[in-house]
Design a protein around this ligand. Structure first.
Ligand SMILES: *[C@@H]1O[C@H](CO)[C@@H](O)[C@H](O)[C@H]1NC(C)=O
Ligand SMILES: *[C@@H]1O[C@H](CO)[C@@H](O)[C@H](O)[C@H]1NC(C)=O
Ligand SMILES: *[C@@H]1O[C@H](CO)[C@@H](O)[C@H](O)[C@H]1NC(C)=O
Ligand SMILES: *[C@@H]1O[C@H](CO)[C@@H](O)[C@H](O)[C@H]1NC(C)=O
Length: 191
């Protein structure tokens, strides 16, 4: 009785694991290490942070500050704790005064005391003849790096369900009031 049930257990064991090992559906498909993007887009966006004097031009405002700072000037300690909300024009070239093709809308927050680094969450919102819909971005932005990659986590409209990587480059900056980012968007999922 005992040995019979042991034998059947062993039989089941080998049957199960033999099947698992041989099953092609459980093996992961080989993934190309660097797939080619299905779509690539390059844009610039321009961030003018309110500093108490530029309310006409400002496209961004400090909405959160640590206790040692205020909401007019970015705080010391690498701006740690500041949260900035923005509604920035997106242009096809690096000229702030070019006709915008959409708006970059969202926030960044500074999240390290000893170096400048931020976390970004924003959307590109398009409503032009070229593009309609949005692309959503999120990720860490070690902004002292020449280039840094953030995730494209989704999209709507022309960018329905998209995913990919956006490489950010600081194209220009003027003190702590203006900066311009170049965004090289590589989409790996297009519908
Ligand atoms: C606002 O924009 C105008 C036009 O580009 C520019 O002449 C002016 O210097 C800007 N003002 C501030 C405070 O940045
Ligand atoms: C905000 O903080 C800056 C820098 O710490 C300081 O120079 C400025 O006077 C402060 N402004 C206000 C309105 O408290
Ligand atoms: C997009 O633009 C069209 C035409 O200008 C306008 O009718 C529509 O309300 C806009 N949609 C959004 C979401 O801004
Ligand atoms: C940022 O730059 C540093 C030094 O150049 C490098 O070691 C690091 O991998 C970079 N990080 C990212 C996220 O690009």
């Amino acid at each position: 009785m005992e040995s019979k049930s042991l034998a059947s257990t062993l039989f089941l064991f080998f049957l199960l694991f033999g099947t698992l090992a041989a099953s092609p559906t459980l093996k992961s498909k080989p993934h190309p290490r660097h797939p080619l993007p299905c779509k690539r887009l390059v844009f610039y966006f321009h961030d003018i942070v309110y500093n108490g004097k530029n309310s006409k031009n400002a496209t961004a405002a400090i909405v959160g500050s640590p206790a040692w700072g205020n909401k007019t000037i970015l705080a010391g300690k690498s701006h740690f704790g500041n949260v900035v909300v923005f509604d920035d024009p997106i242009t096809l070239d690096n000229n702030l005064h070019s006709t915008p093709v959409g708006r970059a809308q969202g926030f960044y927050l500074y999240d390290k005391k000893d170096i400048f680094t931020a976390w970004l969450g924003f959307s590109f919102v398009f409503n032009s003849t070229q593009h309609k819909g949005s692309i959503n971005f999120a990720g860490a932005d070690p902004l002292m790096n020449k280039t840094r990659d953030i995730s494209v986590i989704g999209g709507t409209g022309d960018f329905f369900m998209t995913r990919g990587i956006a490489t950010l480059m600081t194209d220009a900056f003027e003190g702590e009031v203006y900066f311009r980012l170049k965004v090289d968007i590589k989409l790996y999922e297009c519908w």
